[in-house]
Design a protein around this ligand. Structure first.
Ligand code: TYC
Length: 118
């Protein structure tokens, strides 16, 4: 993300004898101000019905996890109730939450997925 800050600096290097007024102000600095985008954790929630293998598949398919990493996250969620699938910008996180919920519904599993600001 790149925000531009335009600063009318406190100097007088524009050779107009310090003259300032309507139409005579000189923009002397354009400073690129970088800002990190806000990041969001995508969370998977435990339930009693979604098969473990389905959750592993979701983690592989939508979060690009290896079988091993996916199994670890699934077991963490199974034992602790909630776990992090990944951290993304708002739009990407929102898309993944929607994809997971839609995919689970289509397979008639109650799997829940949500997001929270990091
Ligand atoms: N608790 C589920 C079971 O025993 C497995 C499961 C794990 C479900 C993680 C959801 O996010 C989940 N079949």
């Amino acid at each position: 993300m790149l925000n531009w800050t335009i600063t009318n600096a406190q100097n007088d290097d524009d050779n107009n004898g310090g003259q300032q007024g309507p139409g005579t102000g000189t923009v002397v600095k354009v400073r690129p101000k970088t800002q990190k985008p806000a990041m969001y954790r995508v969370l998977l929630l435990n339930d009693d019905y979604t098969p473990m293998e389905f959750v592993v598949h979701v983690l592989e398919r939508f979060f690009n996890k290896s079988r091993e990493a996916a199994t670890e996250i699934m077991l963490h969620v199974h034992h602790r109730g909630v776990g992090v699938c990944g951290v993304y910008t708002y739009e990407v996180a929102e898309t993944k939450v929607g994809q997971v919920i839609d995919f689970a519904r289509r397979h008639q599993h109650p799997l829940q997925c949500t997001m929270e600001k990091e």
